[in-house]
Design a protein around this ligand. Structure first.
Ligand SMILES: Cc1cc2nc3c(=O)[nH]c(=O)nc-3n(C[C@H](O)[C@H](O)[C@H](O)COP(=O)(O)OP(=O)(O)OC[C@H]3O[C@@H](n4cnc5c(N)ncnc54)[C@H](O)[C@@H]3O)c2cc1C
Length: 509
């Protein structure tokens, strides 16, 4: 085929592809549940064996959003720390979906009253990423739904690099591609964690244990009560699981110029230097709202949310599809099904954008999360379970480890937002796994109230919990005490020393 006939072939096949697209998008992907189940072989008794063991002060399961912060906080507080992560890089959902850093600011009606209420390692990490060109810096978004007025978007790759640097500096012993798989208990105390990796199975004999696995894997192994909340998540956000990805090669000028009747919802964004971001920053396609033109997108029956040019020119680095998949990602079959279904959906979504959105004709996928994004699976019952009512009432506690104000459901229901002064406290007790003497929970694996979870589970909330758990575990290891015996004053003093904000300090950018 010569060049000319090749071009006309490509052109005609592009037309055919576009008309076939709506139909192909609707094809249901093959799901694991449709496969013939394999026959059961009953059960097998695994022979007992001795495994090599190492000793440390604090063990952390999961080097995700909360885990890396917990490990660094514990190490900086003087503890020897071992952390295991099943993926080949640390970072967790922050760099696999949650790259909108929500949010370090209190909820305020008037943007001029904006106030940062989060410091500590969360702020330090973002500051170091900004120095490495890995964030947008705080963007002024005076009309954002959740009324936190300043936002930040993080680069997923720079996040991994900066996190590795900070973990090495702090002296954390990180084991990647390593699975936490069990515990040894003595009464209500964990005495060892079992892990598995390329070198085989081994044990970590630690004084204190922090569960940052997102799904409460350590707590489950230790016999702590779990509550499944994934089924309820479609009430609030669309689905308990999703997969964020990026699209490059976009002609943004055309997207803005040819934006037909409300296909995207403009959100004004201004950099701190006053420069505007294309006049608008977000693109939201809502199922059923658009014209014929968007049939392929609509037929996917998915809400799209994407962000313009935030970090990289001509790239929408954050395409979120809030309908995602509804399944229990804390069990193997559901997890596999979700991973496979979302890969197929991403491919179809990218093709749908390409086929019908002006400006996306030459676009392509630039990245996709390297594991399924899980908003919620099950949560662990802790000594204190913060409620939505307490969040809305801006409740403060006598044992706070941090302050938080962001609420992801606030845009849909303003009554969910904390009332003045626009933030609430995280009590230390919310981190203590019920009935276990030396296990702390941090991240999306706490908070049973689905509406309250829509606040606590966000990236910044997870990092606040991580720092609280890390410092507490280090202090308990040093004092030789259990989690409930730690005097709060000592914990507070160390948190303040690490820069945690426990009383608001006015606008700080
Ligand atoms: C699609 C999506 C979009 C989101 N968007 C935003 C957003 O824009 N802004 C925002 O603030 N929040 C957002 N969130 C929420 C937020 O990102 C997450 O709730 C938060 O990052 C969870 O942090 P975590 O530390 O609890 O869990 P994770 O960050 O998921 O960390 C858990 C870690 O544990 C590891 N792990 C699990 N089990 C084991 C095991 N047995 N052994 C070893 N390692 C294990 C995992 O691999 C992972 O690295 C989003 C969430 C999703 C799913």
């Amino acid at each position: 085929m010569n060049d000319i006939s090749r071009r006309s072939f490509l052109k005609s096949s592009a037309v055919a592809t576009m008309s076939a697209l709506a139909a192909s998008i609707m094809n249901t992907p093959v799901m694991a549940e449709e496969l013939e189940p394999l026959p059961s072989a009953g059960t097998v008794l695994e022979p007992a064996r001795e495994v090599p063991a190492i000793e440390c002060d604090v063990f952390v399961a999961g080097a995700g959003t909360a885990g890396v912060i917990a490990a660094i906080a514990a190490a900086r507080a003087g503890a020897s720390v071992v952390m295991v992560e099943k993926m080949p890089a640390p970072g967790g959902t922050l760099c696999n979906g949650g790259i909108g850093i929500n949010s370090m600011f209190a909820v305020r009606e008037n943007p001029e009253d904006a106030e940062r209420i989060v410091g500590g390692l969360c702020y330090e990490l973002m500051d170091r990423m900004t120095q490495e060109n890995g964030t947008t810096g705080f963007l002024y978004t005076p009309n954002n739904d959740q009324k936190t007025h300043y936002r930040m978007v993080a680069d997923h790759e720079i996040h991994k690099g900066v996190v590795c640097e900070m973990l090495l500096e702090a002296g954390v012993h990180l084991m990647l591609q390593t699975y936490f798989c069990g515990v040894r208990m003595e009464g209500s105390k964990i005495t060892a964690a079992f892990i598995e990796n390329k070198s085989g199975r081994s044990a970590i004999v630690a004084k204190q244990y922090i569960d940052c696995s997102g799904d409460g894997d350590v707590a489950e192994a230790a016999g702590v009560e779990q509550v499944e909340i994934w089924q309820d998540y479609d009430q609030v956000v669309g689905a308990p699981c999703g997969m964020v990805f990026g699209i490059g090669g976009i002609d943004f000028d055309r997207v803005v110029e040819e934006n037909p009747n409300g296909a995207y919802r403009p959100v004004p964004i201004t950099y701190p230097n006053g420069e505007n971001l294309l006049g608008s920053g977000s693109l939201k396609f809502v199922h059923g709202r658009e014209t014929e033109k968007y049939a392929p997108l609509n037929e996917l029956d998915i809400n799209f949310f994407t962000s313009f040019n935030f970090l990289h020119e001509n790239e929408s680095v954050y395409v979120n599809n809030s309908k995602g998949v509804k399944l229990n990602a804390a069990e193997a079959e559901g997890l596999t099904q979700g991973e496979m279904e979302m890969r197929i959906k991403i491919m179809r979504m990218a093709n749908a954008f390409k086929a019908c959105v002006p400006g996306f004709e030459k676009s392509y996928i630039t990245w996709a999360s390297n594991q399924l994004g899980i908003r919620a699976s099950k949560v662990t019952v802790c000594d204190y379970d913060i409620s939505q009512e307490e969040i809305a009432n801006a409740t403060r506690f006598e044992d706070e480890i941090g302050l938080y104000g962001f609420h992801d459901y606030g845009g849909k229901d303003e009554t969910c937002l904390p009332k003045a002064p626009g933030f609430y406290g995280f009590p230390y007790r919310m981190l203590l796994a019920k009935g276990c003497d030396n296990l702390y929970m941090a991240g999306r694996n706490v908070t049973t109230d689905i509406y309250a979870h829509m606040s606590t589970r966000n990236t910044v909330g997870c990092m606040i919990m991580g720092q609280g758990a890390g410092v507490a575990a280090a202090l308990c290891a040093q004092k030789g005490c259990m989690s409930r015996e730690l005097p709060y004053e000592e914990l507070r003093e160390k948190l303040l020393e690490q820069g945690v904000v426990l009383e608001p300090q006015g606008l700080l950018l």
